[in-house]
Design a binder for this molecule. Structure first.
Ligand code: GAL
Length: 653
């Protein structure tokens, strides 16, 4: 269940055997290697140096470790860049982004596509059937360092081809894009440029189609590697290590060709430095050494959905990182808590990044399980505690049982994120922050959540939350229509057509078939400006975004002070016409859970729970002890009812 990321090419060969033995002694089962090793594998064009990697694979395998082999395409070597500068990605001014770090390739580069296939074929051909190789990771963190969208000449050519396939003739494109506006009409697809460097705002659909295209390029690039790996490596899984809070491509779609999702979890860096989560400054301070209680859980739930039930943590933060705005060490006990938290959410493996801190190059300030002097660091000690705990019989039983469906689903959509980013309409409108408002409200009620894409069957859920879904396709409408439980739809849902036009009968567009309301006006509000909403006998000062809704004679469960409907209901469907304050989200959630018969509780700020099989886990992200919400007959498997600071407990019910 535990693993580690290792870079044999970065260490003298005489350290490998000892490293491998110590990994196994620590209780690690998996070791991921190879994902940045292109220059060591192929030092000059076409001549491969397999010797070292053969020996590394042997050494690790002999120690009983299972290898996850990475394809090395995230780091094209210098000779390749010099020979084929056309592989470089371009920034949004069209300037090439050059050699000297990593991910310096454009997904649309035809040269790089064939190079990616060539090196994947070579590595998979060599190790695909090796006994020690258990699975594969394609590339590394697609999109990291803002590399999904490249504005290169190759990207322009590929984008035109993509548009041609989508619209067939340019008149259709002109109509869909509304290009009569500002004389933007094209006479042929060849005239269409990438959306870049314009005088002022570009046409939103031009950008959205470019975002869709760029997302497809990632999925196709990945699929090409997967196909090659499968040919050479039967019976092994293929995954990719996705990132946190990263929305630039459709992960559900990219993962369709993979066996499972995996993701890289850096709770402190994410809590500290990601503006789009909407965490307050006070929360960033409060959780500086633990990570926000929902940051990892959200991604576990998301990637379980992306991986159709299966996910790993491919990289788990082991200590201070080097890349956040500030880089404190994790509070004592938190590395262990993170590992258990992932497992409680259904992770199959938690793999730490990295075995040993490197004294050189860009990540020399990034901790590993071991310090640069090769002494086991605090994170390594906590990993070894987890490894021992995982040997318990009760855990074996839990793992053997299939992952269960959560009672509540939250609908998450990458295209929604793009549409909000392209047309925020109010400064700082962040789809992810809106999603987090709902997710946190649910998690503070002790509810387990599945995160699903629009259109996936909602069978079996008791309640569904849709924070916002600007474009609702037919499949999504169908899934919502078939769902018999309570659904809450949020702002901007159904606001736009596929072509980024205002829905013909006004929002919520196609959802009107299920929820016959009309959004006649939307407003964004600067910080400090709010509108009061009254629901039941409680009042909430809602800011950021409010909508005017015509609701005919539907039930109105809440109103703005001017009388305009704020929370509308048609049978089992609600529409909330404001960006909810946390209190409003929490109260709406409570009402929906109660009516749906979902068991809930109000947890203290720093406590979260999660069930796996018949075991309930409670995680304390705070510095004070907490009482686990177990009943009197609970049999404790880890910890006790009183949970110390940064600790956890688990019990059977
Ligand atoms: C990840 C990446 C790793 C390493 C790590 C540092 O984004 O996949 O290679 O850079 O971050 O935290």
């Amino acid at each position: 269940m535990l693993g580690v990321c290792y870079y044999p090419e970065q260490w003298p060969e005489n350290m490998w055997a000892d490293d491998a033995r110590r990994m196994a002694d620590l209780g690690l089962k998996y070791v991921r290697i190879g994902e940045f090793a292109w220059s060591a594998i192929e030092p000059t064009p076409g001549s491969f140096n397999w010797g070292w990697l053969d020996r590394a694979v042997e050494t690790l395998g002999k120690a009983g470790l299972k290898i996850v082999m990475g394809t090395p395409t995230a780091t094209p070597p210098k000779w390749l860049v010099d020979r084929h500068p056309d592989i470089l990605p371009a920034d949004h001014h069209g300037r090439p982004r050059r050699f000297g770090s990593r991910r310096h390739y454009c997904f649309s580069s035809r040269t790089f596509r064939s190079e990616s296939q060539r090196i994947t074929d070579a590595v998979a051909g060599r190790y695909g059937r090796h006994d020690a190789v258990a699975g594969w990771q394609t590339d590394n963190e697609f999109g990291c360092h803002d590399t999904v969208r490249s504005y290169s000449p190759d990207a322009a050519v590929a984008f035109r081809g993509w548009l041609r396939a989508r619209y067939s003739d340019v008149a259709a494109l002109n109509a869909a894009w509304g290009n009569r506006f500002w004389s933007m009409e094209y006479r042929s697809f060849d005239e269409v440029d990438l959306p870049m460097a314009a005088v002022t705002e570009l046409n939103p659909i031009h950008r959205l189609d470019f975002f869709r295209f760029s997302s497809d390029q990632v999925a196709n690039f990945n699929a090409e590697q997967v196909e090659i790996i499968r040919r050479h490596s039967p019976g092994r899984f293929v995954t990719h290590n996705f990132m946190g809070a990263f929305l630039d491509f459709d992960h559900f779609k990219t993962c369709e060709t993979l066996d499972l999702a995996s993701w890289d979890s850096y709770p402190l860096g994410f809590t500290d430095s990601l503006p789009m989560t909407g965490f307050t400054e006070a929360e960033r301070v409060r959780y500086a050494t633990t990570g926000h209680p929902d940051i990892s859980a959200f991604h576990h739930d998301l990637y379980r959905g992306v991986g159709r039930g299966r996910f790993w943590i491919m990289e788990q933060q082991p200590g201070p990182v080097n890349w956040a705005l500030w880089n404190p060490g994790p509070a004592p006990g938190i590395v262990r808590l993170w590992a258990w938290e992932a497992l409680a959410h259904g992770a199959e493996v938690v793999s730490f990044f990295r075995w040993r801190q490197a004294p050189f190059a860009q990540e020399q300030m990034h901790a590993g399980l071991n310090r640069p002097d090769n002494v086991l660091d605090i994170g390594g000690q906590e990993a070894s505690v987890v490894a021992k705990e995982l040997g318990a019989d009760w855990w074996r039983e839990v793992v053997a049982a299939p992952t269960e469906q959560a009672p509540v689903a939250l609908v998450f959509d990458y295209e929604a994120a793009w549409m909000h980013a392209i047309q925020p309409q109010g400064r700082g409108f962040s789809y992810l922050a809106l999603v987090f408002t709902w997710y946190t409200a649910l998690r503070q009620k002790g509810v387990d959540v599945d995160i699903v894409p629009p259109g996936r069957s909602l069978d079996g859920y008791r309640a569904v939350f849709v924070p916002s879904l600007p474009h609702i396709n037919k499949r999504a409408v169908q899934a919502f229509g078939l769902f018999g439980g309570l659904t809450v739809f949020g702002i901007r849902t159904g606001a736009k057509t596929r072509d980024f036009q205002i829905s013909p009968n006004l929002p919520p567009g196609p959802l009107q078939a299920l929820l016959p309301i009309k959004v006649s006006r939307v407003e964004s509000l600067r910080p400090g400006v709010t509108r009061e909403v009254e629901v039941g006998n409680r009042r909430y000062d809602c800011g950021q975004w409010v909508e005017t809704v015509e609701s005919g004679n539907l039930d109105v469960a809440g109103r703005f002070t001017n009388g305009s409907p704020a929370l509308v209901r048609e049978t089992n469907r609600f529409y909330l016409a404001a960006w909810p304050t946390r209190e409003l989200a929490s109260d709406v959630v409570q009402r929906v859970l109660d009516e749906s018969g979902v068991v809930s509780m109000t947890l203290p700020l720093d406590l979260r729970v999660r069930r796996r099989g018949d075991v309930t886990f409670a995680f304390n992200f705070g510095g004070d002890s907490q009482t686990a919400p177990s009943d009197v007959n609970a049999k404790y498997l880890l910890g006790a009812q009183s949970i110390g600071a940064h600790n956890l407990s688990a019990w059977k019910t």
